[in-house]
Design a protein around this ligand. Structure first.
Ligand SMILES: *Cc1c(COP(=O)(O)O)cnc(C)c1O
Length: 368
């Protein structure tokens, strides 16, 4: 028998969350962002839940290949564009739209041989300072692209650094939105500026023609803990669950696990769960991180090890070897443990936990 750990991907939750993105930005088309193997869910697993999207956006070219292999014929956008000249051949062959964020990418296009001109998304660096042309260089880049026979249509994009919060005590997107509007004023073409946080919080003023919904499709909350999944009406698309494989009865003064970081003050029954950091559970999750035991809340105790972690069985006299433990996502009897809560306890974000789901965890799909 395999270890009892498994991940479940909930396709109806993906469809629900995608519909939430549509509702938040009713005038925009929605890219479902499926980079990083659909945020750890698996592109093939997530696609049936997200196929109502207007397009799919990702980073890796091989993910675009996988999506076309699933027979998706609609728009695909490479969010970072090409990494070298010959990537453009794949773009031509698979009809991929691609971001253009630097001069080199325009150089490659200028020498690319294609019968079908490409649709590109010219990226403005409006202040995040990762990728994109500065406001001063933007117009010249647009003019250069516009003169190329390899280019058909030029859309305009930028990315917000603080759509999930305030920035220096002020509105998180105002400065970048203003920079985008100034740099693109009187340029033709469709606009795309919103990630999940901006879609949920700012779509009324920043919606544009396309929103890029990533984390929200998977039920992760971009602005947790200010808001939670219930507030935004998002459903978990991934469950990580396992079972107890051993029980220990601690006496006062006993410790659990490496480093003896947890010491019982009184007699305490603890259960060992077949889940550790080699499964993608965060090693930094401290004692007290929430878990569900048979759908009811408890907490971890002691350090997370490679293949195991310990949970407090106080109040669970019925728990024994084989009892179901939910690490995040949906538990039995309609219970839910939001991934954001676990991530927050471990000092990270839901994004990182989803993406880190380890290959050794078997994944199955729920289509209803
Ligand atoms: C990842 C990414 C997104 C999606 O971000 P979420 O916060 O997951 O919604 C949008 N745009 C770009 C350019 C990205 O890289």
């Amino acid at each position: 028998m395999p270890r009892p750990i498994e991940a479940l991907i909930h396709q109806p939750a993906l469809a629900h969350n995608l519909a939430r993105a549509r509702k938040a930005a009713p005038d925009a088309q929605v890219w479902a962002v499926i980079k990083a193997n659909a945020y750890g869910h698996g592109i093939e697993n997530a696609y049936p839940g997200l196929r109502a999207a207007d397009g799919f956006a990702m980073i890796d070219l091989d993910e675009a290949v996988r999506l076309r292999a699933l027979d998706w014929r609609g728009p695909i956008l490479l969010l970072e564009g090409c990494f070298e000249t010959r990537d453009l051949e794949l773009c031509s062959r698979l009809r991929l739209w691609h971001a253009v964020h630097c001069e080199e990418q325009i150089d490659w296009l200028a020498v690319h041989k294609t019968h079908e001109p490409h649709r590109v998304f010219l990226k403005l660096n409006s202040g995040m300072n990762r990728l994109g042309f500065t406001p001063t260089a933007f117009r010249a880049a647009w003019t250069r692209l516009n003169a190329l026979p390899q280019v058909d249509e030029i859309s305009l994009m930028t990315h917000f650094s603080d759509a999930d919060a305030q920035r220096f005590g002020a509105d998180g997107i105002a400065h970048q939105l203003a920079a985008f509007e100034t740099a693109t004023r009187d340029l033709p073409g469709e606009r795309s500026v919103c990630n999940s946080a901006a879609t949920l919080r700012h779509a009324a003023r920043a919606g544009g023609d396309w929103v890029r919904a990533g984390i929200m499709c998977y039920g992760g909350v971009p602005d947790y803990p200010e808001h939670d999944a219930a507030h935004w009406d998002l459903q978990p698309a991934m469950t990580l669950r396992s079972r107890l494989i051993g029980i220990q009865q601690l006496q006062a003064g006993d410790t659990v696990g490496y480093g003896s970081t947890f010491q019982a003050e009184a007699p305490l029954r603890v259960g060992m769960v077949a889940c550790g950091y080699a499964d993608g559970y965060p090693r930094h999750a401290p004692s007290g991180t929430p878990v569900l035991i048979n759908g009811r809340r408890s907490r971890t105790v002691g350090r997370v090890s490679m293949d195991m972690l310990a949970v407090d069985l106080t109040g669970f006299p019925e728990a024994g070897v084989g009892t179901e433990i939910t690490l995040w996502g949906r538990g039995p009897h309609g219970s839910v443990l939001p991934i954001d809560e676990v991530a927050h306890a471990a000092g990270t974000i839901g994004y990182e936990l989803m993406c880190a789901l380890a290959r050794r965890v078997p994944v199955s799909v729920e289509s209803v």
